[in-house]
Ligand binder design. Sequence first.
Ligand SMILES: Nc1ncnc2c1ncn2[C@@H]1O[C@H](COP(=O)(O)OP(=O)(O)O)[C@@H](O)[C@H]1O
Ligand SMILES: N[C@@H](CCC(=O)OP(=O)(O)O)C(=O)O
Length: 376
Amino acid sequence: MTPDERHRYFDQATRVVVKAGSNILTGENGLNLTVVRSISKEICQLMERGLEVLFVSSGAMACGTKKMDMKQRPAELPQRQAVAAVGQAGLILAYEKAFAKHGRQVAQILLTGDDLSSRKRYLNARNTLYTLLSWKVVPVINENDTVAVEEIKFGDNDNLAAMIALLMDAHLLINLTDIDGLFDKDPRSHADAKRVETVTAVTRSLEQAAGRMPGALGTGGMMSKIQAAKKATCSGVPVVIANGRRKNILTDLFAGKPVGTFFLPTEQKLCSRKRWIAYSLKTRGTLTVDEGAAGAIVHKGKSLLPGGITSVSGDFSHGAPVDILSASGEHLGIGLVNYSAAEIRAIKGLKTGLIEKTLGAKPYDEVVHRNNLVLV
Ligand SMILES: Nc1ncnc2c1ncn2[C@@H]1O[C@H](COP(=O)(O)OP(=O)(O)O)[C@@H](O)[C@H]1O
Ligand SMILES: N[C@@H](CCC(=O)OP(=O)(O)O)C(=O)O
C-alpha cells in the first residue's frame, strides 16, 4: 500500500470509532488527565472538520482501583464490578470537563454483549448513537462492567470498539494504545521486534505473533486488538493501531503520517447477517468435524452434514450458534444449527439418508446450512 492509498482511507472517512485503552489513560494518581485532555481535544478537532466520532474509552477499572486505594485490581468479580462503578463516574466526569473546554457535550453509553445480541436492543443502541451523532454530542462508550459477567461480556474494549464500528457502519477504527502499533513479536520479550506497517490480512501466524498478556492495566493485550481488527476488516472497516501517548496522534494519522499499524479491509465483506452470527452471538456448544467435512466447509463452500461430525459438546436447542472445530481442535467457524445437541449426538457420523430413520423426521439435510455458517 502506498502512502497515498493509506491517506485516502483517512481522507474519505467521515464516521470513525476511536478507542483508548487503560494503559494510556491511567497515571500515578488515577486518570492520566494529560492524555484525557489531549485525546478529547483531538476528537473535537476532528469534529470541527465535520467528522462524526464514536469514542470507546477504557479506564474505569484502572481509575476505580486507584480511587479505592487498591494496589491492583481485585480478583473477585463483585469487587471488580464495584471498582469499575467507582471508576466510571470519575472517567465520565473527566471527559465532561475536557470536552466542555471545546464546547462539546458527552453522553455515557454502557453496553454488554447481550445488548447487541438482542435485535431489539441492538436497534435501540444504534438509534441512540445516531441521535447523539446528529446532535454533535460525543458518545463515550464502555462495557457495562457492573453487570457484565463472563457469558455476556464483549471480553475487552477492543472487541467492543469493533462491534461499535460495525453497528454504526463506521469508515475507520482507530485503536489507541501504549505502543507504536503491532510488532512482529512481543516487544517485551524480544528486543529485535519490529513494527508492522501494514497488515493486508489477519493470518494465523500474525495472531500467534501477538502476545496475549496485556500491559500492567490493560485487558487482552495485542491479541484482542488483532481479533478486533479481524472483525472490523472482514466487514470492510480499516483499522489502525497507534500510540495514544504520542502528541497529536489523531491529527498526524489524518495528515497521512505513516505512524501505527494499518490493517486493510478485506475485499470480500461479510454480509450483515453473517456478521451478526459471527460477532454478536455467544456460542452455546461445539461440533468437532473430521478432515473430510473440514475440507468441504472450508475449501468447497459446502454445508455441514451429520456424516462429518465426530463429537458434540454443550446442551443447545436448534437455531443455536455453535463453534465448529477441526479434529485437531482448530476453530473453523461459527454456525447456527438445524438440530439440537441431543439430536446431533444421535445422528453424528450417519449418512443424511439415515436421519429420518433415527430421529423419526428429517426437517433438514444439513446440520448447519452454508448460509448460516461463517468461517473464521
Ligand atoms: N506483538 C505485539 N506488538 C505490540 N504489542 C504487543 C505485542 N504483543 C504483546 N504486546 C503488548 O500489548 C500491550 C497492549 O495491550 P493492552 O495492555 O491490552 O493495552 P490497552 O490497555 O491499550 O488495551 C502493549 O503494551 C504490549 O506490551
Ligand atoms: N471496561 C474496562 C476496560 C476493559 C478493557 O478492555 O481494557 P483495555 O484493554 O485497556 O482496553 C474498564 O473500563 O476498566
